[in-house]
Design a protein around this ligand. Sequence first.
Ligand code: B12
Length: 233
Amino acid sequence: MSDEEDIILSELDDEELVQQMHDDLYDGLKEEIEEAVNILLERGWEPYRILTEALVGGMTIVGQDFRDGILFVPEVLLAANAMKAGMSILKPLLAETGAPKMGKMVIGTVKGDIHDIGKNLVSMMMEGAGFEVVDLGINNPVEDYIEAIQKEEADILGMSALLTTTMPYMKVVIDTMKEQGIRDDYIILVGGAPLNEEFGKAIGADAYCRDAAVAVETAKTFITRRHNQAAAG
Ligand code: B12
């Protein structure tokens, strides 16, 4: 999608640069994405705005063309790597708010699923909001989740799934927690593109969150409610 002649990123205005980043993400150009993220930071853009408008915005286009059979796995992997490179520049900036610790979250992508960009984004935003996050990575069986929430004494369990074939596994985890009598000890948040509110309710999660910003708000609401209950009880 990008032109053959050399484009000097720093000479583009903000709007052109974001457009160029969408093209560069599409083409999996990691170094260009890193450079452009740094340019926007120098221009005073908030890290969160760069994340949503430039990176997530670009990934949305990649997602549409993957769905429509225009892009294939190798290309999407390159795009994902470019996205991750951009995210890793923003991560320390998002996490540096110095906010008091709000609570602890264990998060991971469910068994059979290797998508992790959305999960990583949620982790970053949660850390930025003052939560401690333990990231279990991808492809997690129920045992790993349960071991981690107990060992880490987590307040929140977060599960991510991007495939319609893996999202039912969230119910396996929640049902196992119920069987062990520990379900109500944790706030359970679920997310991922194929989920919705109804699904979250049906499997017995506390909430479905459509994006990382909603995840942060929802986590804060539940943590506050818990503290109030503890104080009252
Ligand atoms: C990138 C990508 C890949 C990359 C993943 C790289 C990586 N490291 O993650 C690669 C190329 C490896 C890949 C592989 C596959 N993929 Co893919 N992939 C995508 C794509 C294009 C983008 C996903 C993404 O990163 N989005 C950007 C992030 C920021 O958004 P997000 O994940 O939705 O996360 C946000 C929210 O959902 C929410 N959230 C997410 N998780 C959580 C967790 C919690 C706790 C909370 C509160 C919130 C939350 O907050 C996030 C931030 O705002 C999607 C398209 C799409 N529309 O989603 C397809 C898509 C998910 N993939 C798809 C498919 C089919 C596959 C493959 C099976 C392809 C194949 N034939 O091999 C394999 C599956 C491998 C496996 N076993 O998991 C399909 C799934 C279709 C379906 N009905 O299930 C999709 C929808 C594309 C499509 N339309 O065909 N994929």
